[in-house]
Ligand binder design. Structure first.
Ligand code: 13P
Length: 252
């Protein structure tokens, strides 16, 4: 049985003080829930403060980062390494978010290096894939997703691949209020499992968790969670308000 997982991608929002307050408020609302895994991914500079809070109050919330470099150290101005993330007890890391692909030129090859590095450092990668509006309208959703999954997992051995979380985030659904339908997201999630079976085997394909992301809210989370191949959500906007994030966790 795959455990549900709701992850909040806070993007470039909230100061360290605000981050701590948000986690406190969320925890107050979800402390008695433990059926889904909850991950928060604050900006890098909030990570130390959030870590301190999670430890001091023994909160069952996992700490994630929004990106990382694949090297452990070196002359990469402005970057953060997996070793640095581990220092603060980060357990998850979002890799290849469409905003990084779109605005920071992240390629499938870079995504692959990061996925391999994260796994090597015992971090759980949340690898994002998804088509743009243009790709969808021209009927290329499937090719795009299949290619991104295959390139992202290039040379990732099966025993490590089973730990990867794949987030299907159609670019046109991100921050637009226009979520995919549960059925459309399910079709793509199912396709991703077929690719995993082809790359590895059925057992690994059934073990990998797949999230949907893109305008997830308390109004539509149940649709996604009721789909057989969708195990959770990667949430942007609704994760930076305590009421909506806690409500998502509760509904999930
Ligand atoms: P929204 O939930 O704001 O659409 O963002 C989704 C996302 O990009 C999560 O990574």
């Amino acid at each position: 049985m795959r455990k549900g997982i709701i992850a909040g991608n806070w993007k470039m929002n909230l100061t360290p003080d605000e981050s701590v307050s948000l986690v406190e408020e969320v925890w107050e609302r979800i402390a008695n829930l433990d059926r889904v895994e909850v991950v928060v991914c604050p900006p890098f500079i909030s990570i130390p403060r959030v870590r301190e809070l999670l430890d001091s109050r023994k909160m069952r919330i996992h700490l994630g980062a929004q990106n990382m470099h694949w090297e452990e150290s070196g002359a990469y101005t402005g970057e953060i390494s997996p070793v640095m993330l581990k220092f603060y007890g980060v357990t998850h890391v979002i890799i290849g978010h469409s905003e990084r692909r779109q605005y920071f030129g992240e390629t499938d090859q870079a995504v692959n290096r990061k996925v391999l590095s994260a796994l090597f450092h015992d971090l759980t990668p949340i690898m994002c894939v998804g088509e743009s509006l243009k790709e969808r309208e021209s009927g290329h959703t499937k090719d795009v997703v299949v290619t991104q999954v295959k390139r992202g997992l290039f040379e990732v051995p099966g025993n490590l691949a089973r730990r990867v979380i794949i987030a299907y985030e159609p670019v046109w659904a991100i921050g637009t209020g226009k979520a995919a339908s549960g059925g459309d997201a399910q079709d793509v999630a199912h396709l991703i499992r077929e690719v995993l079976t082809e790359l590895y085997n059925e057992e690994i394909s059934e073990e990998v968790r797949i999230q949907y992301g893109g305008s997830v809210s308390p109004d539509n989370i149940s649709d996604f969670m009721s789909m057989p191949d969708i195990d959770g959500a990667l949430v942007g906007g609704a994760s930076i308000k305590s009421e909506s994030f806690a409500e998502l966790v509760r509904l999930a």
